[in-house]
Design a protein around this ligand. Sequence first.
Ligand SMILES: [Zn+2]
Ligand SMILES: [Zn+2]
Length: 428
Amino acid sequence: MPIQEKKKIKKEEKETLAPKGMCDLLPKDGDLWKEIGRAVFGVAELHNFHFMETPVIERAEFFETKQNKEHGTEKHLYFVKGKGEHLALRPDYNLPFLRGYIDHHLGYFASPLKVFSYGQVFSIKHSNEHEKNISREWVFHVIGDNDPIYDVEIIHATLEVMKTLKIKDVSLHININGCRTCRGAYREKIKSFAGSKKGELCGQCVRGHEKDPFLFLECVSEKCIGAKKDAPTVLDFLCQSCNNYFKNLLELIEDNGILYELTPSLIRKSEGSNRLAFSVRSGGVELALGGRYDYLSEIAFKKQIAAAGVSLYVDRIIPLIQAQGNQILAKQKHKVFFIVVGDQAKKASVRLMHQLRSSGIVTMEALGKKSLKMQLKAAEKAKAPVSVLLGQKEVFEETAIVRDMDTGAQETVTFDGLVEGVRKKLKS
Ligand SMILES: [Zn+2]
Ligand SMILES: [Zn+2]
């Protein structure tokens, strides 16, 4: 390909080669991605959550419920053509987990089923051009039980992941969304309240409040924040059963010493959701969102299965950790950078690097860069505390130079003594 054409593609890469609203997770963020995964695996193991993976696509009909059509939720789905099947990319994990639970009779094996997973979910954001249509998530779900004990367990697991990741200023926000019995009356009340405040709402909420009365409760525009100050709260509308549930839940949360804020703007609108809605935030960023969806299975599969879950948003947690200057990566294994000069040294390095790695020493290299200067630069950038240098002379003598990158102190070791020499330098 002519160079000019190559350049052109590179320039456009940012805007056009990926589908709209999609983004890549890049190698520079890979270490943090791993750290989040480690935290989740650790918490999942302690809480006895089992790993489960479902396909990214499901049969579209399960998402195309009457209510989804009415509320326009359907417009957010990515539809995919299958072999004679009408499919959709999963917009979340709720439905796929329930589908798997039913398909494999998982209720017989565990009661309730506690699962965790990692993957991408897709939904088309029409309202905000800057929002991404893809989300990378770690999720915890409990399926087959509606006891608030499991709601608290999911909240606990989420907070423990944040704590393991040393995220600062974490806050837990909780709201209750009622049930079929009590939600309707609240919705009507909010609708008439929004109508009475029409003059004070932002443009978007004035247009949208008839169709979606809860819109202005979630709205973050200054106008709407002012208008919703004395909005009726859901607590006054809860039925007896939701009231008991909420009382039990808050008791459990308080017994466990978990701090929370009641947050009326936390509304989960889908017909499948009920009762608990919670969000974990830091510095105004929503890092995790969860709650109950006891009705979803009945709507999609005509089977009553209680369920609750939470999504932890990897694409938001990574930049937040970076912005907080968090030292979570500092405890990583000690690393060695291997530097070679000349073809003979390059050849010999393969066996020597394998020796180091077999001994559990993380070994990096930049063999694509020919000059010593460039490789040293790469070693500095990688922040490796120790480097190994190998040139023509060393290969001939079957020795290598082990160098402390901070002090510059270096010594020559034999090939056989390399692992030991590196270990010694790493310790000092
Ligand atoms: Zn209720
Ligand atoms: Zn608004």
